[in-house]
Design a protein around this ligand. Structure first.
Ligand SMILES: C[S@@+](CC[C@H](N)C(=O)[O-])C[C@H]1O[C@@H](n2cnc3c(N)ncnc32)[C@H](O)[C@@H]1O
Length: 270
């Protein structure tokens, strides 16, 4: 890769790191989904488990409570500080590491399971991220992750957001492609066997569409950065984004809940 492209990737990751720093309140919604992913992956006491892009540690801590030996890795130091506090409160040991899924600081074939909940999808180069996740997994080990399909709420919200943002740097792939089973089959390729897909729903409480949008603007990395940029550069365009955002959310809003469907993938390393 050319030096200029590499610099663009590094700036992209630096932006992500800043945006994700405000994510902690969203852990209330990802916590129940963490239990589902850990169960689906069949984690047992004694397993060596890696939670990639662990955020505040909801998957890692759920696995550690079962007696697994867990490492949680994330790009964003503010979230790791919260993860440390969460594991202290839960009275479990987790090895927390600041790092990048595209360059995992672990030996080959070290883990029995590698998990990621809505996390590795944000790495700009999917082939690099998945190659690293599979490299550190033992043969016969389990890889499992939760992702957002492009045709459902969060995937459509990613598409809407990207229309208001500058184009992605060359070689950067949109995260919603990780929600397409055909793309996942391609990316996992011959390295795995027994791929199983499952669908699940995350229900997010909201008092109104504006409450939901306000909460998202304050917590969800890419939207935090978009709103910050448009507030400074183009308030009219920000108002248009907000109108479109509310119209999209309205399609999924019922009984004070926003319905966020997602995909769970599990496979075994061959
Ligand atoms: C939507 S949050 C999910 C957090 C957590 N897994 C959960 O379910 O609550 C996305 C996370 O991906 C992390 N992230 C983004 N790019 C990353 C990268 N290249 N390497 C490691 N973590 C990354 C962010 O810092 C953030 O914590």
């Amino acid at each position: 890769m050319e030096k200029g492209d590499m610099n663009q990737l590094e700036s992209f990751k630096a932006m992500q790191k800043q945006g994700w720093a405000y994510f902690a309140p969203l852990e209330a919604h990802t916590t129940p989904q963490a239990a589902r992913l850990v169960k689906r992956a069949g984690i047992r006491a004694g397993d060596r488990v890696l939670d990639v892009a662990c955020g505040t540690g909801v998957v890692a801590i759920t696995a550690a409570r079962l007696g697994a030996r867990v490492t949680g890795l994330d790009l964003t130091p503010e979230l790791l500080a919260r993860a440390r506090e969460n594991s202290r409160i839960a009275e479990v040991e987790v090895d927390w590491r600041e790092g990048d899924v595209e360059k995992l600081p672990f030996a080959d074939a070290f883990f029995d399971a590698v998990l990621s909940q809505y996390g590795h999808i944000f790495a700009p180069r999917p082939e690099t991220a998945i190659a690293e996740m599979l490299r550190v997994l033992k043969p016969g080990g389990t890889i499992a992750f939760s992702t957002w399909p492009p045709e459902l709420y969060v995937g459509r919200m990613f598409a809407l957001t990207s229309r208001y943002m500058p184009p992605l740097p060359p070689g950067v792939s949109p995260p919603a492609l990780w929600g397409d089973p055909n793309v996942i089959r391609d990316r996992l390729g011959a390295a795995v066997k027994d791929i199983v897909f499952d669908r699940a729903v995350m229900l997010v409480p909201a008092l109104s569409l504006a409450h939901h949008r306000t909460f998202t603007e304050r917590t969800a990395g890419p939207i935090v950065k978009l709103v910050e940029a448009l507030t400074a550069s183009d308030p009219g365009r920000l108002a248009a984004f907000r109108r479109e955002y509310d119209a999209l959310s309205a399609e999924y809003f019922e009984d004070n809940l926003i319905r966020q469907g997602y995909l769970i993938t599990r496979a075994t390393k061959g």
